[in-house]
Write a protein that binds this ligand. Sequence first.
Ligand SMILES: [Zn+2]
Length: 422
Amino acid sequence: MEIDAGQQHIEIDAERQQKAKEYARKRRRLSIVEMAIAAIGIFFVLFSGFGIWLRDLVQPLNWQPLPGWFPWQVLVYFLILMLGYQVITTPLGFYSGFVLSHRYGLSTQTLAGWLADLFKGLVLSLILEAFVIELIYLLLATQPQTWWLWVALVLLFFSVVMANLAPVLILPLFYKFTPLPEGELTQRLIALAQRANTRVRGVFTMHLSSKTTAANAAVMGLGNTRRIVLGDTMLDRYTPDEIEVVLAHELGHHVHRDIWKLIISQSLLTFAGLYLINVGLHWAVETQHYYASLADAGTLPFVFLLTAIFGLIVMPIGNGYSRLLEDQADEYALQATRKVEAFKRAMTRLANQNLAEVEPSALVEFLFHSHPSVRKRLKHADEFAARYDLKASISEESSAPASSTEPAGMPSNGSSTPDTAH
Ligand SMILES: [Zn+2]
């Protein structure tokens, strides 16, 4: 492979940036339409009489294991609402997640594969949500003042368990994982981890290429399942130096205990959200007498409405916090490797490959993005180099490509996850 071991220069592909902007704009519009449908749906159910009609429909399912708790009514009402919403929004999801992502060269999935994922995802989320809903209504019936506190605590426990099980139980339903083969990369990562005095339980390759052309990496799991995963879509196109900085970024999440930070911060928001729903429910039942009781299945659409409003309000908070953690992980990667140019090349490759908007508008970034824009991440690297006066040492970096691969001219085929490394 004839590649100069010196600095290969990789730039943001202007043509792909044009496509990236188009793609991001189309997807944003679609998600706004989807939110509008959800809002109209909730208002329709609440104010057209449909909600009351549905409530009467499930009335005969009045098995009552505990006074005031009607698990069948709640379950059936919940399933009808969720499946109705799914049926209405599936065409949009199909257009956005299948048609568009193929048109932009990001998806490699077959229709059958896409449908199978949709089905698995739907079944999984319905089971988990139904469990939570039943718990909420059980507690609404038995602990009408403190139910929200108990639910928040159970959800906190639940999210810890899920974070632990996700890489071994949930994600393998969607992706194949294999241990990263022993070799130069594993050696580099072990060296990085040793310098950081931390232990990585495992490094895995996630077979993203069966579904997407996009590259990604992440830290996953908690406790005995924590691990770093690297998309196979990255392995064959990035130099070992570039992969090393990506791994160092992920190791930074490890060292900073970011999964715990996210669980805790999400839980605080959950506490706040459930408290708000509590206030809203008491108002609707006790002041306005809209419903017979707090635990009446008919309150479900009202609970959905409050949940949606709260979710929209806190979305920028969650994303802002995530961007802060990402920025710190970037700083860690730069500190640990001092490979500023490799960092910049990796970011640039990711943007080109994943069809990520390099410079989204400030408002879009503030509202929707969990990662700093690529432009900001590149700037961070430059500032780091200036801070440590690293310009001189950059040329010492070996940027020799991985021998078995083709790292130079990144072929410009895109991807479906428009994010850069997690
Ligand atoms: Zn990250």
